[in-house]
Ligand binder design. Structure first.
Ligand code: GLA
Length: 743
């Protein structure tokens, strides 16, 4: 997959789906030649970057060579201060304060497989499924070395990149900026798509046209954040869900990040993604190295669905904990919205008894089981059972849950500490915060110094002892506030704090998941405030949003699916009126939305009416019947909630014999359009499908002509098959094995 022309110093990575080509330029730095659809290999791609007639012209030529200027060439690892006025991949400051570097090619190495990134989550694959090219660049003046690694997978149009900077010189060096990836594209005819929002409305789809200047998203919050997601797409103006070109980037990182597209005065585009430079500064003493997180680049010419499917496959096959790649995720019930902090053993016993009758598989006891926590002002850090609520202890509670046939899971918020807690009395120095200024609170709590290995070890000891005592099957790991006054006593150079914090979080995750591989972790940060590939490496599912309103969830789940698979999205049916919007929607609507994720409930089953209980049983039966299709199938978005009244999506099994189609219309309108057809995708044209066990249609009919939706009430037809707000339909398609086209 890696072609190297040593004489011309050209590198072509290709797997038949994508090509990525670069070379050593005449000044010794790396020049970018091409990224996109796979190209046939040829010996010489030099003409992709012509020096002869630098067009357009520039006055800032390289060392008097009028045919060459860094201002106009496309590069792989652009530096600051050498004639390229766009933002650089790296800025490294020497002892005298000079921040110009000149990284030139030194050597390369081809590696079968993909080496791990020390201390950081990253994608992986068996040796035969991925090849890695390591390019070593050196700044000869300072002897600082940059190792760029590129890995290409055999089975996906995906290339990952990362960079490690090592100080091989004799003076300290400070990294002020280090992007995990940059890509210089030859034009700017793109729209930038990103997933942005806020608490309760995470990952809404935003699209804007690229213009000259920098358009960026990022986080300064100590977490990837609700506001912006470390995911960026550049798509052509005519790209749709089903056709057209798009590049997608993701960062395997959960801390402060930056993702940006810079369009210069010659209408070329530089995309950069990496650790957020604001507030970041890493001191490298002679002999030390810094590893930047991994970035993922995917290319498609099959529209956004094509892009998403590659990313979903990458995450499901090459990122999540292998123990959960094939395993079906349990249908869970969580007591948070049902009880909040107000529960005791009897209440939970009734809750679990009712849940077990409904067919629920896992009970998750949320916040409030530890310390003395009856509201959110106290006890974080005191991970000892609250005996006033659970006098027989957590082990006994777990036993009684398991005796009822359910698995048992618990909520933790390991990174936090309450000002009212025993832990803070014992270890005031374990808390992050300014020593001189007043500190800001978030949800009445402070943040523990995860940059301090002692803190991480303490939490490991506490959590593992509870995992063992309660024989836990599942942990919901929450993080409910952002980081302010980022000062930690354990850190020498405070510019390193944010990164050291998140690698401390990874360290705890790593120890727990390695020692308890069968515990399913679900990450959470006030809902979806840390929905990223860094977290997903350890926790294969994430609580998508605290907003469980099904109408709102259409947008959140639709947006999230752009970058992340259904198997990663915690999606639950909750009680009505909904706790976030006070909106009441039918149980059917709530279920039909929640099926497309890791399904569960967020309500008190003992409060359900008899007929609702029957409906819930049916929902669980329906979901478990289709669970592997939902978790492993190819997902297609059909209609966007950001564009019209209806939302639709579907999931198709790999062998195309089964599919589920979800159609939703939260609000109806009088005298609606006569258009009642939904065109499906991804089926086999020649297979005949039974739709809801009845009508037979060939795949081509369903995709080209479409599925007929039932008639809608229009103010005059009382016989209409549907009407009113919150309509939803889920169609089951199954191949009618008896028949094939032309039979
Ligand atoms: C966060 C989570 C909720 C719940 C509460 C408990 O808000 O997102 O699901 O666990 O914390 O305090």
């Amino acid at each position: 997959m890696i072609h190297i022309n040593e004489a011309l110093q050209q590198f072509h990575l290709s797997n038949g789906q994508i090509s990525y080509i670069f070379h050593v330029m005449k000044n010794g730095q790396l020049g970018h030649l091409y990224a996109g659809k796979a190209l046939r290999h040829r010996e010489d791609f030099t003409y992709f970057q012509s020096y002869e007639n630098p067009a357009p012209s520039t006055t800032h030529v390289f060392e008097k060579d009028h045919s060459f200027s860094l201002e106009t060439v496309r590069q792989e690892f652009p530096v600051h201060g050498k004639g390229d006025f766009r933002e650089a991949a790296s800025i490294i400051v020497d002892e005298q304060g000079e921040f110009v570097s000149d990284f030139v090619f030194d050597s390369f190495e081809v590696i079968k497989g993909k080496p791990k990134l020390k201390g950081l989550p990253a994608t992986f694959a068996e040796k035969e499924k991925v090849d890695t090219l390591k390019i070593t660049l050196v700044d000869r003046e300072s002897s600082v070395v940059a190792d760029l690694t590129y890995s290409i997978f055999t089975d996906l149009p995906v290339l990952t990149r990362s960079v490690k900077v090592s100080n091989n010189g004799h003076q300290p060096a400070k990294i002020e900026r280090l992007m995990s990836t940059t890509l210089d594209l030859p034009d700017a005819d793109y729209e930038m798509l990103h997933l942005s929002g806020a608490w309760g409305r995470e990952r809404h789809v935003k699209v804007r046209k690229l213009e000259q200047g920098i358009q960026s998203i990022g986080s300064l919050r100590g977490a990837s954040s609700h506001q912006h997601n470390p995911f960026l797409v550049l798509q052509r103006e005519d790209t749709t869900e089903h056709q057209g070109e798009a590049f997608g980037w993701q960062l395997v990182y959960s801390g402060n990040f930056l993702a940006q597209a810079e369009v210069d005065h010659y209408e070329t585009t530089r995309v950069s993604m990496g650790i957020q430079p604001t507030g970041f500064q890493w001191l490298l003493q002679p002999g030390e190295s810094f590893q930047a997180p991994e970035s993922v680049l995917s290319y498609t010419n099959e529209g956004l669905n094509g892009l998403s499917q590659s990313l979903h496959d990458l995450q499901r096959k090459h990122l999540i904990n292998p123990s959960w790649m094939e395993k079906e995720r349990p249908v869970l019930i969580n007591n948070w919205e049902a009880t909040y902090f107000d529960f005791n053993e009897e209440k939970l016993d009734e809750f679990v008894t009712e849940a077990s009758k409904l067919g629920v598989e896992l009970f998750v006891l949320d916040d409030g089981w530890f310390g003395n926590r009856n509201d959110d002002t106290t006890s974080l850090g005191d991970w000892f059972v609250d005996e006033s609520k659970l006098p027989r202890g957590i082990g006994e509670l777990s036993k009684s849950v398991k005796a009822k046939g359910l698995q048992f899971g618990l909520w933790f918020e390991p990174e936090m500490i309450s000002p009212e807690s025993n832990l803070i009395k014992k270890h005031p120095d374990w808390v992050i915060g300014s020593l001189k200024r007043a500190n800001t609170f978030g949800r009445n709590q402070r943040v523990l110094d995860f940059a301090n290995p002692e803190v991480v070890s303490y939490l490991y000891e506490r959590m593992s002892s509870i995992i063992e005592e309660a024989d836990l099957d599942y942990i919901k790991w929450d993080m409910n506030r952002y980081i302010t006054e980022p000062y930690a006593a354990s850190v020498e150079n405070q510019g390193e704090f944010f990164h050291r914090y998140i690698t401390g979080v990874y360290e705890l995750y790593d120890r727990l998941t390695s020692n308890y591989p069968n515990v399913l972790f679900e990450s959470c940060a006030g809902g979806g405030g840390r929905f990223d590939l860094g977290m997903m490496y350890y926790a294969p599912q994430a609580w998508t949003s605290d907003d469980t309103d099904a109408a709102e969830r259409l947008k959140i789940q639709y947006g999230t699916s752009l970058g992340y698979p259904l198997s990663s999205m915690g999606s639950h049916v909750s009680a009505v009126p909904n706790h976030q919007t006070l909106r009441s929607t039918p149980l059917k609507f709530r279920g039909d939305v929640a099926y497309f994720g890791t399904f569960g409930y967020e309500l008190d089953p003992s409060q359900l009416q008899e007929e609702e209980k029957e409906e819930v049983k049916d929902q669980i039966r329906f979901f478990t019947k289709h669970r592997s299709l939902i978790q492993q199938g190819d997902f297609y978005r059909l209609k966007s909630p950001f564009r019209g009244l209806a939302t639709a999506w579907m999931v198709v099994s790999e062998d195309k014999t089964k599919a589920l189609v979800g159609w939703y219309q939260p609000m109806n309108q009088p005298n609606p359009s006569a258009h009642r057809i939904l065109k499906l995708k991804g089926l086999n044209e020649g297979f005949e499908y039974k739709v809801n066990g009845r009508n037979n249609h060939f795949g081509d009919e369903l995709m080209e002509r479409g599925l007929t939706l039932p008639t809608e009430f229009n103010g005059a037809n009382p016989g209409a098959e549907r009407g009113g707000a919150f309509q939803s339909l889920v169609y089951e398609l199954e191949r009618n094995k008896a028949k094939k086209m032309n039979d």
